[in-house]
Write a protein that binds this ligand. Sequence first.
Ligand code: GLC
Length: 427
Amino acid sequence: MTVQNTSGNPLDQAARDVLLGNDRGGYTIPTARLYPYQWNWDSMFSAWGYASFDMERAWQEVHLLFASQWDTGMVPHIIFHKVDPDYFPGPKVWGATHEPPTSGISQPPVAATLIRKMYEMDPEASLPHIKTLYPKLVAWHDWWIRERCKDGPVAIIHPWESGRDNCPDWDLGMEGVPVNEDDPYLRRDTTHVKETERPQKWDYDRYLAILAFGRSVNWDDREMVENGPFLMADPGISFVLLRAFSDLIALGELLGEETAGLQAQESKLRAGLDKMWNAEKGWFDAYDMRTGRFANILGSGAFLAYFAGVSRPAQDAHFARIWDKVSYGIPSADPDSERFEPRRYWRGPTWPVVNSLIAMGLKDMGRTEAEARLRDETARLIEKSGFWEYYDPMDGTPCGGASFGWTAAVWLTWCGQGRAAQRAGKE
Ligand code: GLC
């Protein structure tokens, strides 16, 4: 089913063109050159975006992602459909053994939530797809609880698993990662995008050291968790997973499935949230699982609490404080921290995709004014500069990759909605 553009906003068509331009035949790359493969959560956002104009294409994206699910239930963070020298580290460095090759870690499990959104957009067309995907979703969620939630919250074995690669949350754990100086490598990302907007060599040295360990143990989850060089509890994924459980349970009920097991897993995860509560600071904080030490840094991962319907007054106050410090959306790190860098990837910039998740939570919690403000600020970034990967939260400068899939997707499904009519009303 393809729906024609009737909104009269040229940005709607431009957003569809970004998705279609990044389509590589059944899967959608985040952006050409910088990210030329299928990425897990990007792909789910692309599917949500397609659902606004082509439901069949949307479901194709999801099925192809889940076709690469491992026997353990894990759904990998990258699927290397066609080897592309523009990206490093490729399948060889990952030591990938699957076909098509994949990475050995996962990414924030937004699938159940976005699948439920797609169902609401077209129940009849969606139901048969949900029937097929449901057991795979259950297996993936089971994997998270079994392999990543030993201490309660979700622990990540590599910063890339969080989806917020170089955010200051991981500095503490990364300091303890031994670097192999005899293993030279050539980054490709800095040939596509300004170096000042990317993670530093310090980060990459450690990303690759963790990757070398993972490869040496064939990405065995137990080995990674028990003996790997990095293990930190992540508020961001913990909240995404908590929200995902409630959406998965709703999908299960729709299909008439028994959901008691999922409900027990959800309760267990919820009970573990307190471990991430840094009472001294008044926010949900990442911590190093080996030492129990808090990261002592506030970032957008903590504000995904809203996405899971969780709020605490002390953290709400920080939310108001940091939002008022910037002009556009929620910054990925605290502007009052000395580690804040407004243009360096996850160390300060605002990401439309994360704003969309925070907004979804605010809306469900009835905080409609905050949701409208976040939607408006994000839409203005896109109206000013187009569909970039992320933006400087102070002055709105577009950063990173251009023609970015998930930014186009959240325009179509969230912040661009009704924008033409609203603007016409204001003029
Ligand atoms: C970066 C981001 C991650 C995203 C990927 C592809 O690694 O940190 O969240 O999925 O790029 O866009």
